[in-house]
Design a protein around this ligand. Structure first.
Ligand SMILES: Nc1ncnc2c1ncn2[C@@H]1O[C@H](COP(=O)(O)OP(=O)(O)OP(=O)(O)O)[C@@H](O)[C@H]1O
Length: 840
């Protein structure tokens, strides 16, 4: 049993230095327990805190300042916990802090760079690396991913459901057995045999979390997420199994409702979050107080799930994430205070061992049999029924192996059942008799042979023995050569089939097959195939969802999506990652080729060594001299070259392995970014569609929505100043406002935007009485064509799908208005508007 208080660490998020100046300091002098001092600026100290203290000091196991790398965080915080999980103890790491303080960044990681990987992917990497190294045990790994939102649990890894909202995901409920053990009903466990499989599950969960979030529930901010690695280990042949769980928890933002200043649905959410964090706090207070008999775990789902992690059988670590800016000082102090209370909690971690029921049954059955046998001896009671066929067969097998065993001490153990003992004697007797008869029938010729033989002289005998030994050696060498030839032929066959399959995959994998020492396995090609969307069910389902969405898009919407993508803040990151991925692929390909060369060289060297050896043997036979036991100089040289080449191969192999992990991670990051992009586009599109409908009869500048959600405030503001003047322009150049749609059904909210502006829809144009409807439509179409051309050549910076499909005046008016809002700068806007006017 390991008794330990919960370890607390602090991590300060990097922000603009100016905003943090003089606000905090870290005292590293106290090596064992460094402290963080938060200094209240004078303006805040007055009245902010009752006693007007100007600085607060908090102790932590370690404090990581702004420049701490993800690698450092993993090495110092997560690695020790992962090690205890590998040893069979439960572990928990949870991040606590206000929204935006870096909880998700610390636990999951950033979505931009490979080096930004957080605790979860690094821990998975570490655990699988350790499992591979340890061949003394059989390990099984399972993953689960739970999201708790408004006190309801959701399974983020259910492959049967395609989540488009949180409600689509299976609901998880907490059950408690009589021993007060917590069970999570409906939370699926997924076996992950490799790091890639586990990372794919993480990716699936994160994407489901992102897709399922509502505009109200912006991802991690308002929900708690628990990623759990379940690890079982067993020594071969042993009936004892060890189970350990590692919870990696990203809690919701800890800020107070009053500060967030929200209402409606957000307020409800905030209340739930505050309530669940409040219950967490209550549990922690209760645990830190001595002699408290009741700990209110059951009050909330999160405390129920984390029951063991808090004051139970677990090694728990808390990371207090701090965004130490002036405006966040109160939240930062509150986070640190919380951490100080958490540090008082003592946990008692025990090894979670249990007996494997199957092995236990076999063991007990054997024991019962032995006891029955003993009882039979003691009571003198003997069984009289005949032995079954299976029992007889079993006995005969035992006798055969007993007779074949060269060990003179070996025993024939059949127990104390007299029926079995009798049968053994009968069987042996039969064997003996059969042999006697056989001897008699072959005796005359044997006798004759023996008579002919003269006693062998000692010298001759030795010579013959040497020759025999030599022949044996030759035969062994030849057999080995034969085996190698056979293996080569098989490999050639295998390689050609791999080549074929790689060709059929389009892009060939840069990862070469196998290890020159071992059997010809295909570790990399197999795992890259696992990454391929056709073989990874999780990734493929998400990619399908993503591409599926694309396929459903109309032409115009696709065009809008392309522009949305181009202008999105993440596009630079995606492009950067694409470039890095390309570089890594090129590097992996070059490395793969070098590895293949090294493999062939190793093969050639091995062949040369064998040939050299055969030559030596042949020389020995022809000149009748014994084969030298030590390799000659040439062979020695070949062997050292072989060793050198093997070392080179291993180094390259290790690098390639690391590259593979990096490539897979980058691919996952890109997939995630693409899904996010698609989702944001859909949300923006839906919002635009709604606002077009709601505002359609009279579009006023106040109704204008920010055209792209990802636009910076500055960009947005620049695009905003639509004066009445531009409205006047719009009115001038376009059909005047009027009822845009004929019937109610055309404006039904569910109707796709393209349906709302059908080409054939006649439009009622109130004040353009002089113009024929057909002429008006023609003008609109021309106008649209012109606009589309401008967009294509980059003259206009913004365009919406309705425009392409809408040949009607109504569609034209609205969309051109939208266009006008984002034309910049003002002078250019005017020129373009005039251009539009001329085009009309
Ligand atoms: N140590 C860090 N280094 C670099 N960037 C960071 C760091 N910590 C946080 N960030 C960045 O700050 C932003 C907010 O961080 P993050 O999403 O992790 O906050 P959070 O505490 O999880 O917020 P929420 O409660 O909304 O989930 C992100 O863009 C993240 O990349």
């Amino acid at each position: 049993m390991v008794k330990q208080t919960i370890q607390i660490f602090a991590r300060v998020k990097p922000t603009v230095r100016k905003q943090q100046q003089g606000i905090y300091s870290i005292d590293e002098d106290e090596k064992l327990t460094p402290s963080l001092e938060i200094i209240l600026p004078r303006d805040l100290a007055d009245g902010f805190v009752n006693n007007k203290r100007e600085s607060y000091r908090f102790k932590f196991q370690r404090i990581f300042d702004q420049d701490a790398k993800q690698e450092t965080i993993f090495e110092n915080i997560a690695k020790p916990v992962a090690e205890s999980v590998l040893a069979g103890y439960n572990g928990t790491i949870f991040a606590y802090g206000q929204t935006g303080s870096g909880k998700t960044f610390t636990i999951t990681g950033g979505a931009e760079r490979y080096s930004d990987r957080g605790i979860i992917p690094r821990t998975l990497s570490y655990i699988f690396e350790q499992l591979q190294k340890d061949s003394s045990k059989i390990y099984t790994t399972h993953i689960s991913y739970l999201e708790i939102y408004n006190e309801c649990g959701y399974d983020l890894l259910d492959p049967r459901h395609e989540a488009s909202s949180l409600e689509d995901l299976p609901k998880v409920t907490v059950l408690e057995d009589p021993d007060q053990n917590i069970h999570l009903k409906n939370l699926s466990l997924h076996q992950a045999a490799t790091e890639e499989e586990a990372l794919n599950l993480l990716f699936l969960g994160d994407t489901n979390r992102m897709i399922a979030e509502t505009p109200m529930n912006q991802a991690s901010t308002r929900s708690h997420c628990i990623f759990t690695i379940h690890l079982s280990s067993k020594e071969p042949g042993s009936a004892t199994v060890r189970h350990a769980k590692l919870h990696l928890v990203d809690l919701a933002g800890s800020e107070r409702v009053a500060k967030t200043g929200v209402g409606g649905q957000l307020l409800t959410e905030a209340k739930y979050i505050n309530l669940s964090l409040h219950y967490l706090e209550q549990v922690i207070i209760a645990l830190s107080e001595k002699h408290r008999s009741h700990i209110p775990y059951r009050n909330s789902m999160m405390t129920s799930v984390l029951r063991d992690s808090l004051g139970g059988n677990c090694m728990t670590t808390m990371i207090a994430t701090l965004s130490l800016e002036k405006r966040n000082i109160d939240e930062s102090i509150s986070t640190c205070r919380f951490a100080q209370r958490v540090a008082l909690i003592k946990n008692e971690a025990v090894l979670n061992e249990e007996i494997d029921p199957k092995l236990m049954i076999i063991r007990l059955q054997k024991e019962i049999q032995e006891l029955k046998d003993e009882l039979a001896i003691v009571t003198g009671e003997q069984r009289t029924e005949a032995l079954t066929e299976a029992e007889l067969l079993q006995l005969e097998k035992l006798i055969t192996s007993f007779l074949e065993d060269q060990d003179p001490e070996s025993k024939l153990e059949v127990g104390t059942d007299m029926r079995k003992i009798h049968h053994c004697f009968h069987y042996l007797k039969k064997l003996l008799n059969d042999k006697k008869i056989h001897r008699q029938s072959t005796a005359p010729s044997e006798n004759k042979d023996q008579n002919c033989r003269e006693p062998l002289k000692e010298e001759e005998y030795k010579k013959l023995r040497d020759i025999l030994q030599q022949r044996d050696n030759e035969i062994n060498i030849l057999v080995n050569m034969l085996k190698k030839e056979k293996k080569k032929a098989q490999d050639a066959l295998h390689l050609s089939s791999v080549d074929r399959s790689q060709l059929s995959h389009g892009q060939s994998s840069p990862f070469p097959p196998g290890n020159p020492d071992g059997p010809k396995t295909l570790p990399f090609s197999a795992s890259t195939q696992a990454l391929d969307s056709s073989t990874s069910p999780y990734r493929s389902s998400l990619l399908h969802r993503k591409t599926g969405m694309r396929e459903e898009m109309s032409l115009g919407r696709q065009e809008a999506f392309e522009i949305f993508k181009r202008d999105h803040a993440d596009s630079v990151t995606i492009e950067d990652n694409k470039q890095i991925l390309k570089q890594r692929f090129a590097e992996a390909k070059a490395l793969g080729e070098s590895i293949n060369e090294a493999r062939s060289k190793i093969g050639r060297l091995k062949e040369e060594i064998t040939q050299r050896h055969v030559q030596q043997v042949a020389l020995g036979i022809s000149e009748n001299i014994p084969v030298p036991s030590m390799p000659d100089q040439l062979e020695e040289k070949l062997r050292s070259q072989l060793e050198e080449e093997k070392r080179r191969y291993k180094t390259m192999f290790a690098r390639l392995k690391a590259l593979k992990v990096e490539i897979e991670h980058l691919q996952l990051l890109m997939d995630k970014a693409k899904v996010k992009l698609q989702k944001e586009f859909e949300a923006w599109w839906a919002k635009e569609a709604t606002s077009l409908q709601v505002n359609s009869p009279a579009v006023t500048p106040s109704n204008h929505v920010k055209p792209f959600p990802q636009m910076s405030e500055a960009q947005h503001e620049r695009s905003q100043p639509l004066s009445n003047k531009s409205d006047v322009y719009a009115r001038k150049i376009l059909p005047s406002p009027g009822p845009l749609l004929h019937s109610q059904e055309q404006s039904s909210p569910g109707a796709p935007m393209e349906n709302r502006f059908p080409v054939s829809t006649p439009v009622h144009c109130g004040s353009k009485n002089g113009l024929q409807r057909a002429q008006l439509q023609q003008r609109s179409v021309d106008c649209w064509k012109q606009l589309v051309t401008w967009i294509r050549v980059g003259r206009l910076c913004f365009f919406k799908d309705g425009a392409l499909d809408a040949a009607s005046g109504a569609g034209a008016r609205l969309t051109v208005l939208s266009l006008l809002w984002v034309l910049e700068p003002w002078a250019a806007r005017q020129r373009r508007v005039l251009g539009v006017e001329r085009a009309l």
